[in-house]
Design a protein around this ligand. Sequence first.
Ligand code: ZN
Length: 100
Amino acid sequence: MATLSGIKTDEYNNLFAKNVDEIEAERENEALSENKLEYKEYKVELNINQNHDTHLEIHARASETKAKEAHIQAHYKAKLLQRDNMAVQQMKLQQDAMAN
Ligand SMILES: [Zn+2]
């Protein structure tokens, strides 16, 4: 097992991914608390590959605004899409396995 300062590689990757999403979500919070989707040079943009659980956890700390509400809804929708995509991929893998 490859290690980096005693941390397993996949643990390190998880740690890194989480930090990136945390930083991003915190920056989004600044905008969302102002009821804005653009703040300074930063744009609040939703990406399917974000860690939506981390975003939802951090966005809970932002002030209650319409922008926050809409953004949280978008994260939930993205989570549903991710889950459905995964189900489709799993089905394909099972079909491929049966074809061989
Ligand atoms: Zn977000």
